[in-house]
Design a protein around this ligand. Structure first.
Ligand SMILES: Nc1ncnc2c1ncn2[C@@H]1O[C@H](COP(=O)(O)OP(=O)(O)OP(=O)(O)O)[C@@H](O)[C@H]1O
Length: 254
């Protein structure tokens, strides 16, 4: 199958520190990939290069076969590359319905309407209802974000991302900080993501990685040291060495 998303020989240094070192990878529609690696391995930097929030020193990013290395982050969103909206970027005094309504209008290029009452637009609201229903947030649609639990805010992030109709979805630790009682709902939402969507998830929780991913990519010191099946990752010598190295550098607990 043709890749929906590719990076080729991507490199990035901050000062003298090479944080992304000749990284190449491709994803097909429907892929479920976990991106793991010790702290400071360069995972967030790689995602920032992919989204266009950072520019690489060299290499290419391609979406649906088109080179988008020079396209800005908004242009990549328009082409279907969506990073899950972070909880810290949700508006505390807006409701889930308003967040999703705005996302739908933005996706359809109708942002001129945002000062109209889009909550009365039947086509927009039908989609908002459906998305919130899917994620179990229907009863909260008109509550302020500040009044809803953290786990539900993380589900709302996912709903906003889905409202933009992604082809490639980048998730950054979708269940981090969520009380255990609510992680099941998030995992269910992840399991129910559209089958043809390509998903790349940064995740530290290996239990979640094993339940979600069909493929694991391990980054260490900016280099991909493993790209393969989840069942092969923990026995891989380079992966073990990279993680042991990160523990060896950790300070002993007093
Ligand atoms: N803007 C920047 N300027 C300078 N150094 C940076 C910058 N952003 C990241 N770094 C450095 O690049 C390295 C990789 O950071 P990055 O956040 O990409 O790693 P990570 O794998 O996402 O880590 P974590 O799992 O801890 O979030 C780190 O040493 C970090 O200090």
């Amino acid at each position: 199958m043709n890749p929906v998303f590719e990076v080729a020989n991507l490199s990035k240094a901050f000062g003298g520190l090479v944080v992304t070192n000749d990284v190449s990878l491709a994803m097909a529609p429907g892929d479920r990939v976990a991106l793991i690696g010790p702290n400071g391995a360069g995972k967030t930097t790689l995602v920032n290069l992919v989204t266009g929030n950072l520019s690489p020193d060299s290499g290419e990013v391609r979406l649906g076969g088109e080179t988008v290395t020079a396209v800005d982050a908004a242009g990549r969103v328009k082409r279907g590359l969506i990073r899950s909206f972070q909880v810290t970027r949700l508006f505390q005094d807006m409701t889930p319905a308003e967040h999703l309504g705005l996302a739908v209008l933005q996706r359809d290029g109708k942002t001129g309407n945002i000062f109209g009452n889009f909550l009365r637009m039947p086509d927009v609201m039908a989609e908002v209802d459906e998305l919130l229903g899917k994620l179990g947030l229907a009863s909260l649609m008109h509550r302020m974000v500040s009044e809803i639990a953290y786990g539900q805010q993380r589900l709302l992030e996912l709903a906003v991302a889905l409202a933009l109709k992604p082809k490639v979805l980048l998730l950054d630790e979708p269940a981090a900080g969520v009380p255990q009682s609510d992680t099941g709902r998030i995992e269910q939402a992840l399991a129910e993501l559209p089958a043809d969507l390509a998903v790349l998830m940064i995740e530290h929780d290996m239990d979640l990685v094993f339940r979600f991913a069909k493929r694991v990519i391990v980054l260490a010191s900016g280099t991909i040291i493993f790209d393969g099946r989840p069942e092969d990752v923990t026995s891989n010598a380079r992966v073990r060495e990279a993680y042991l190295g990160s523990y060896a550098n950790a300070s002993p607990v007093a």
